[in-house]
Design a protein around this ligand. Structure first.
Ligand SMILES: NC(=O)c1ccc[n+]([C@@H]2O[C@H](COP(=O)([O-])OP(=O)(O)OC[C@H]3O[C@@H](n4cnc5c(N)ncnc54)[C@H](OP(=O)(O)O)[C@@H]3O)[C@@H](O)[C@H]2O)c1
Length: 269
């Protein structure tokens, strides 16, 4: 999902070499090293990841191979070739105990295997790649993937009522907005760790309600606790990412999530 948005955003002003998983398996250190040495890009932008949060509970090793070791291979290869490496991380590296937005240097404490694998990946990138940029984001949706919005619309097509969790609060983020901000960060050669999400926060219940409201769909949304779904992976109850570094650096924040959602839904129609 994000990879496609990045290709669109960078199409103007950059020469983009885009790889699918079939073109480059980031779990293979030899493949990563040789492809990067061949091209020696200015930037490597890594949107590849094991993203099945529930699946990672049973496949922790697989998740780590991609999210942790894959990041390590990319970091080493980027460093060796003298390239900058940009990679994405997640709000799920936090435990959700806070009630104020998480800052970039706040204590990390993942509560599921996916979050652990992403955190180890971050650590490898900081350790092995001198010129790195880590962008943490949350609750992504957009073209080319089935995010929460698409799931809600799919469910609503076949039933008069849907359930949505009311005890998880975060910041929905439109992949095209994130890709555009990523481009800005690259153009200004930013380094270190940035939180980048659409502005504002909501529960998944509020997110679902707003989605149906914007589509003028009269679907009843029932607020339920997370425990209702018996998901294998625990989710943080509060994972709002404060975009503090963007503010500190005087970089405009992303627009409110409601506006981005309205644009996405309009483009779908
Ligand atoms: N989605 C969210 O809500 C969310 C929230 C916070 C952070 N993020 C982060 O944002 C980034 C982009 O997420 P996304 O939602 O765009 O993910 P996505 O749609 O699931 O895409 C992940 C891509 O990674 C590829 N991939 C998996 N294993 C690979 C490997 N070994 N080598 C090369 N490619 C591989 C997949 O290819 P195949 O399909 O062929 O396997 C897929 O194209 C990730 O770092 C994710 O952790 C996402």
């Amino acid at each position: 999902m994000l990879g496609q948005a990045l290709c669109r955003a960078f199409a103007q002003g950059f020469e983009v070499v885009a790889w699918r998983s079939a073109d480059l398996d980031i779990t293979s250190p030899a493949e990563v090293r040789s492809k990067i040495a061949q091209i020696r890009p200015d930037w490597i932008v890594n949107a590849a990841a094991y993203t099945d949060v529930d699946g990672a509970e049973a496949e922790a090793v697989e998740a780590c191979k991609v999210n942790a070791l894959g990041s390590r291979h990319l970091a080493l290869a980027a460093n060796e070739a003298g390239c900058r490496l940009l990679s994405y991380s997640t709000d799920y590296i936090f435990d959700g105990e806070s009630r104020t937005p998480y800052g970039e240097s706040d204590r990390v404490c993942p509560i599921n295997q996916y979050g652990r694998s992403k955190w180890i990946g971050e650590d490898y990138i900081r350790t092995f790649c001198r010129r790195h940029l880590i962008v943490r984001t949350s609750w992504l949706y957009g073209p080319g993937g089935e995010g929460f919005v698409d799931t809600m619309l799919r469910l609503a097509a076949s039933r008069p009522e849907v359930e949505a969790v009311e005890d998880q609060v975060g910041s929905p983020t439109f992949s095209l907005d994130l890709a555009a901000k990523t481009k800005e960060l690259v153009e200004h050669d930013r380094r270190g760790t940035y939180h980048v999400t659409n502005s504002g926060q909501c529960s998944k219940y509020e997110f679902a309600c707003r989605t149906f409201e914007l589509c003028s769909l009269h679907v009843k949304v029932r607020p339920v606790p997370s425990s209702r779904f018996h998901n294998p992976a625990a989710r943080p109850s509060y994972s709002v990412l404060g975009n503090h570094r963007l503010k500190q650096d005087g970089i405009p924040l992303l627009r409110p999530w409601q506006k981005a959602l309205a644009d996405y839904l309009e483009s779908k129609q």
